[in-house]
Design a protein around this ligand. Structure first.
Ligand code: PLP
Length: 392
């Protein structure tokens, strides 16, 4: 057996059923395993590596910062994080941001803001949050408690209290759960893990109105669908709504672990000194990565590419839906796409790997496509050719 696999299986906690592939390097939109086999990457490390592998500007920015200063703690200021914060806040149309080390931690911050908002108003530590069935927000106890998928929660109870679940895209089900204690409503603008379901405009706008009317914070989880994946910097821009809190991660650092929660309007002054913290979060290294990512997005017109090639990807996936009656539908936006089959897709993922393509699933029946945001039409053609071989 491959030495890396046997060593990993011996020493790492078995929290994943990994594919038996050892990835060694990446170039552009291709990955290579330790035997030199090449794979077209349509997963980008679950939506992280937006710029493709080996982007010179990105790599230089990080290498330069490593030589200068990697960590300071949040007892001091550092310029890269301050610049990165400005870029994030302007790109997300928010007012202030807190950098975390992961998406899960960004969700924890959002939960704390909603709870504290209620506490500031009432003096009572009993705010309730409404989340959605089939959502995914992460694996820490707070984020897990918001994740509307019992399979992830059941062995780890009790969950964090005062969290209720509504049906995604069903406004009435949200209304039915609201009471005087409701302090936050959270949903993914496009549900990722739960099967690639975009929120409808009526739902997103309806929830926003409820939040305004009832003085509740609207929290959008854009950890997977944000940072250009849909062709807009943040997916909510297509909905004519403004969140009070937004969470982000994945492509924000393009591989350097960084997440963020950002606030605006009535959520801005909720967190005060002493309320929240992190040792690593917001260090100069993540600052350099975040700065480089936003600069490259602008210089290389990454959003234009997602819009153009994303339209082509949608068209090619729709052709598959029309051609094969066992593919039920395509869902998603831009470079966040899913194909739902009338049967399980696990065997397709393995076969695609054999043929040199990396794709992932979102639930048992959905193939999920999250390519680097820099793929070209020729890569879409290459992917479709392999997928057709796989499914036929
Ligand atoms: N929220 C969403 C929508 C996600 O897709 C994920 C991860 O897949 C998370 C939260 C958790 O992020 P992380 O794995 O960085 O902790």
């Amino acid at each position: 057996m491959n030495k890396t696999i046997s060593k990993a299986d011996e020493y790492l906690i078995h929290s994943y059923n990994r594919f038996p592939i050892v990835l060694e390097k990446g170039e552009g939109v291709y990955l290579f395993d330790d035997g030199g086999k090449k794979y077209l990457d349509f997963a980008s490390g679950i939506g992280v590596f937006a710029l493709g592998y080996g982007n010179a500007k990105y790599n230089e920015a990080i290498k330069g910062q490593i030589d200068k200063l990697i960590h300071t703690s949040n007892l001091f200021y550092n310029a890269p994080a301050a610049q990165g914060a400005e870029k994030f806040v302007k790109a997300a149309n928010m007012e202030r941001v807190f950098f975390t080390n992961s998406g899960t931690e960004a969700i924890e911050g959002a939960i704390k803001i909603a709870r504290k908002y209620y506490y500031q108003k009432t003096g009572k530590p009993e705010g309730e949050i409404i989340a959605m069935n089939h959502s995914f927000h992460g694996r820490s106890m707070g984020a897990l408690s918001l994740t509307g998928q019992p399979k992830y929660q059941k062995a780890f109870g009790p969950m964090v209290a005062n969290i209720k679940f509504a049906e995604f895209n069903d406004l009435e089900s949200v209304k039915a759960l609201i009471n005087d204690k409701t302090c936050g409503i959270i949903f993914e603008t496009i549900q990722g893990e739960g099967g690639l379901y975009p929120s409808t405009k009526e739902f997103a706008q309806g929830v926003k109105k409820l939040c305004v009317d009832k003085d509740i914070l609207l929290i959008l989880d854009e950890i997977q669908c944000g940072m250009g994946r849909t062709g807009k910097m943040f997916a909510y821009e297509d909905y004519d709504i403004e969140p009070d809190v937004i969470t982000c991660a994945k492509a924000l650092g393009c591989g350097i672990p960084v997440g963020a929660f950002a606030v605006k309007n009535k959520a801005v002054n909720v967190i005060e000194p002493g309320d929240h913290g992190t040792t690593y979060g917001g260090n100069p290294l993540i600052g350099a990565a975040v700065n480089a990512v936003f600069d490259i997005f602008e210089e290389d017109k990454v959003l234009d590419n997602v819009q153009n090639v994303g339209a082509y990807l949608e068209m090619k996936l729709d052709e598959l839906v029309n051609k094969y009656d066992f593919i039920k539908e395509r869902r998603g936006k831009g470079f966040m796409q899913g194909l739902e089959f009338d049967h399980e897709v696990g065997k397709y993922i393995i076969k695609a790997q054999e043929l040199g393509l990396i794709v992932i699933s979102a639930g048992p029946n959905v193939l999920r496509f999250l390519p680097p945001l820099v793929i070209e039409k020729k890569h879409v053609d290459e992917m479709i050719e392999i997928i057709e071989k796989v499914i036929s």
